[in-house]
Design a protein. Sequence first.
Length: 255
Amino acid sequence: MMELKTDASIDAMYAAGQVVGRALTAVRQAADVGVSLLELDEVAREVLREAGASSPFLGYRPAFAPVPFPAVVCTSVNDAIVHGVPTAYRLRDGDLVSVDCGAELDGWVGDSAISFVVGRPDPADLLLVETAERALAAGIGAAVVGNRIGDIAHAVGRVCRDAGYGIMSGFGGHGVGRRMHEDPEVPNEGRPGRGLPLRPGMVLAIEPMLIAGGTDGYFSAPDGWTLRTTDGSRAAHAEHTVAITERGPRVLTGR
């Protein structure tokens, strides 16, 4: 069931979203060649602790997961698309890293993700990341009263497909509120003018997930969490939590 948020609730979600933004900024600044994924997770944990926030990721266990998620961030490297579990792996020159983070503060959740390259970047990776951000911006631009979920999906998907990238099939954005995953689903590809009408008070996580090789396939790694590209190509993930308001889309997880 979808809950429409009041202005006061959206303000509270903005506070949670700012914690997420600070955590992602701190992780991005700490990421360097030789730094481990576990160390990046600890950086995010410290930001949450300082803010008095908790993690909706830590201990999360949906039906598909063999074990609860053990960290406060997902760290997906190179051909990992999403849900990467932080490990002792140390970043190498040229690694493409996607970091997804959430925070719960005063009963409300924020959710956001960034992608970046460590060390000397391959221009192809920079273009992939830039396109993911453009797809996210397009989705946010379509998140206005009078449009429908399909308009967001179409805006995101068109940027991805026009650039020749694949879109992770079966995964996309979602509602956010008192829980990390709420109704409705927000696909990354769809037909304009279709789906649920966008109403003031809806809060959505819009999150393009792009596959460089142009295919849409993925598989689950042995840890039961990390999802990797079937073709072995690299992936990028971008996400913001966005409120639908009469004044236009309000990004709650700005960095």
